[in-house]
Design a protein around this ligand. Structure first.
Ligand code: RTP
Ligand code: MG
Length: 173
């Protein structure tokens, strides 16, 4: 009964460098994933290449926050080596999460984008609890089925949703 995109939706979740850098926050976010009964389909940690990051966020190109968002999310070789010139950036963690209502549920668990708003209207959400600024707001989540499949492919190019439903997901029944 679970073996269909109708029954189980996928989303891409990212934990941003501000949270990956902090073991307690990283663990708390991971626990939020588990306690909300998401199934973790794939998970990886990486230093994001700037070109890949720019491509991922291309819908925001030209917006006032685009440059600082990319500088924060992507790592140059200098930041990989621990250079103090790029203190903010660092590794990120990417997940494919599955749930009946994965896209909307993850966005609710994250809370509002803007940290001031998150703290006021959803203080127990991830961003309300751990967000530092509008850029360093702890997590990312896909906003639609179309962007989820584009974003999953960006981080997990070998992943096939079809094959997953057919071959892996049955273990859950
Ligand atoms: P996300 O894509 O990260 O899951 O969050 P979202 O849909 O709620 O927000 P979106 O509008 O797609 O923006 C993507 C990321 O850009 C940064 N941002 N900063 N006013 C600002 O300074 C501002 N607005 C957006 C945030 O880090 C946001 O997560
Ligand atoms: Mg978005």
């Amino acid at each position: 009964i679970l073996r269909s995109p109708q029954a189980l939706q996928l989303t891409l979740a990212l934990i941003k460098p501000d949270a990956v850098a902090h073991p307690l926050i990283l663990e708390a976010v991971h626990q939020q994933i588990l306690s909300n009964k998401f199934l973790i389909v794939r998970m990886r940690e990486l230093l994001w290449r700037k070109e890949d990051c720019q491509k991922f966020y291309r819908e925001h190109e030209g917006r006032f926050f685009y440059q600082r968002l990319v500088e924060f999310m992507a790592s140059s070789l200098l930041s990989a080596l621990g250079s103090s010139t790029q203190l903010e950036s660092g590794p990120i963690r990417a997940y494919i999460l599955a749930h009946k209502d994965a896209i909307q549920l993850w966005r609710t668990v994250m809370g509002p984008t803007r940290v001031f708003r998150a703290r006021h209207v959803a203080p127990d959400s991830i961003r309300g609890s751990f967000g530092l600024t509008d850029t360093r707001n702890t997590t990312h989540g896909s906003d639609s089925v179309v962007s989820a499949s584009r974003e999953i492919a960006a981080f997990f190019p070998d992943f096939s949703e079809q094959r997953w439903y057919e071959e892996e997901e049955p273990q859950l029944r």
